[in-house]
Design a protein around this ligand. Structure first.
Ligand code: ZN
Ligand code: ZN
Length: 342
């Protein structure tokens, strides 16, 4: 494991910028808010709230996908970034196909995840559109010739989402447990987005522990020749259950809709990742640099956003909720700083 420890100067420039107008904007934060944000300048010290970025292998996102790091200033000055408004203030999530076994417990868990996402993008509302079957999207599909699992075509799904997008949408995000492909000659893709249109579609099929094993329940017979338009193959087709990874990736993907790129500064929910483990100890939240980006996009009070998190009281679901307990303790420490001297 490699730790990427940036210097205080580098982190300062990423958070404040050297430009006068942005330094002035920064001064609008309360002393407590600044104190919290500046906790990020000394990551990984004993008792720190924020931690340095770690790379676990060469297949990690930064090593595999070099990107220009985005500091606060480059985000702020990006003329293409979309900003929510009074008339475009709802984030819509459209589930496509099934998510493991349906049931009341899954519904309850999904509702809790929705609340979590809504508090995360505090100030906007987050609505789940009624789930649709693959057939309802009318998309093209195929059986992957290497991994022998069903795949659906991203372009068709984006077209479907474009038609479904409600008028008050800030963005619409399609999520599915069925694997995706963007073009015939591609093996697969995790997702595809059109930031201009405020939409994206993402699959979590490959985060299933057994996806790459020969015994994967979604593997079909090699000789299968599916007929386009005959969606019966999707009836009862195996899909992995909802997990914490889906939440982390969904937050990350919605973050991109605001023009926030992958975080290369600190351990952060906006960090790019190809393989997230459930036991991942990262906070389910932003580092100060990404938090500042979201804060200027939405305009919330930082303490109010943390306060709204349903992590304050985690229900006991029969699903992995360990990370939420860790998050709750982490949130309390943030709120303690924000409450100091008040
Ligand atoms: Zn991402
Ligand atoms: Zn970040």
């Amino acid at each position: 494991m490699k730790v990427i420890q940036h210097s205080v100067e580098t982190l300062q420039t990423a958070l404040f910028s050297n430009c006068q107008d942005l330094a002035k904007l920064y001064k609008e934060y309360t002393q407590e808010e600044r104190q919290l944000l500046e906790e990020g300048l000394h990551p990984g010290q004993p008792g720190s709230i924020f931690h340095p970025l770690t790379l676990h292998s060469d297949s990690d996102w930064i090593s595999a996908h070099p990107e220009e790091p985005q500091n606060f200033e480059s985000f702020y000055r990006d003329p293409k970034r979309k900003i929510p408004s009074a008339t475009h203030n709802t984030i819509y999530i459209q589930a496509i196909g099934s998510f493991g076994k349906a049931g009341a417990q899954t519904d309850q868990y999904v509702e809790w995840l929705r609340e979590y996402c809504q508090a995360f993008f505090y100030g906007l509302s987050l609505k789940l559109l009624p789930a649709v079957t693959v057939a309802e999207t009318g998309c093209s599909f195929r059986v992957n010739s290497n991994s022998h699992n069903l795949q659906i075509l991203t372009g068709d799904l984006l077209q479907f989402l474009r038609k479904k997008k409600p008028k008050d949408a800030f963005c619409i995000v399609g999520i599915t447990m069925i694997d995706l492909y963007p073009e015939d000659f591609w093996n697969f893709v995790f997702g595809q987005a059109s930031l201009n249109f405020g939409m994206g579609v993402f699959s979590f099929a490959r985060y299933d522990d057994s996806f790459y094993s020969r015994s994967y329940a979604g593997r079909l017979g090699k000789s299968l020749q599916p007929k386009q338009g005959d969606y019966s193959l999707f009836d009862g087709y195996y899909t992995p259950p909802i997990s914490i990874i889906l939440l982390i990736k969904t937050l990350n993907n919605i973050g991109h809709m605001f023009g926030i790129r992958h975080c290369q500064w600190l351990n952060c929910v906006m960090q790019g990742s190809n393989h997230l483990e459930e036991s991942d100890r990262r906070p389910l939240d932003f580092c100060p640099i990404c938090l500042r980006k979201l804060q200027v996009a939405i305009g919330f009070k930082i303490a109010e956003r943390y306060q709204a998190s349903p992590c304050q009281s985690v229900p006991s679901f029969p699903k992995p909720t360990e990370s939420f307990h860790t998050s709750r303790l982490w949130l309390r420490r943030c709120l303690d700083i924000l409450r100091e001297k008040t």
